[in-house]
Write a protein of this length. Structure first.
Length: 227
């Protein structure tokens, strides 16, 4: 018993010592690889519950943070906005801006939140999300006020973190891993189901949320038909 305990303790200490000598980029790669072991568990859950669980984990930064730099060749500039890489997360995952910091920290070149409606609404009846990535949620949203409050806090973090979290080395590689994470933030705007003036809904979204976003997107009319 003592021998087994001693051997186990020795392995733990040795493993910890080894990990402490590994550079951040290598350790980051291990973490992203480890998530592959967890992913099959999500397939066993209800699709919307699994989605909420993933958003909750990202909101608490319980997700891997990308420490490896983006090669400069991946960078691009669109309409005066500089993207560290062209891989982004589209609207529909983080509908209410709950997990912007965690998602940007994972290494996305941009994260788009929403669709955000002027006032809260529940969306379509459940079930409305399926493992085949069929989405007919119907703009379930906590509303502009809730999203603006979260983005205001996140915007402040990004401003404070700009000089410390994003640095450029001699190869012009953008480094990730700051508290708020580098990257571009987009907001996807939607209208309320019961609204009689869709244009006014979008105008309200632009006026309220443009101060926090790098870009805004209004939803396609064809999708609105399914609300």
């Amino acid at each position: 018993g003592r021998l087994l305990t001693g051997a186990t303790l020795g392995l733990v200490i040795a493993g910890g010592a080894y990990v402490s000598t590994v550079d951040e980029a290598t350790f980051c790669g291990w973490l992203f690889s480890a998530t592959k072991l967890v992913n099959p568990l999500f397939a066993l859950m209800d699709a919307e519950f699994a989605h909420k669980l993933a958003v909750s984990a990202a909101a608490r930064c319980w997700v891997p943070r990308e420490k490896r730099p983006d090669p400069s060749i991946l960078g691009l500039e669109v309409w005066g906005r500089k993207f560290s890489n062209p891989v982004g997360l589209a609207a529909g995952f983080d509908k209410n801006a709950e997990a912007v910091d965690g998602l940007l920290g994972m290494g996305f070149g941009f994260v788009e939140v929403g669709s955000v409606t002027p006032v809260p609404q529940d969306g379509n009846p459940k079930p409305r999300m399926f493992s085949a990535v069929i989405n007919r949620c119907g703009f379930n949203s906590e509303g502009i006020v809730a999203v603006a409050n979260r983005l205001g806090v996140q915007h402040g973090k990004r401003k404070l973190d700009e000089t410390s979290s994003t640095s450029t080395n001699s190869n012009n590689e953008v480094k990730h891993g700051g508290k708020a994470g580098p990257g571009i933030l987009g907001v996807n705007l939607g209208k309320n189901k019961t609204s009689e003036d869709a244009a006014a809904d979008y105008v309200q979204g632009v006026h309220t949320l443009s101060q926090f976003a790098d870009y805004l997107v209004s939803i396609l009319f064809l999708y609105i038909l399914w609300l």
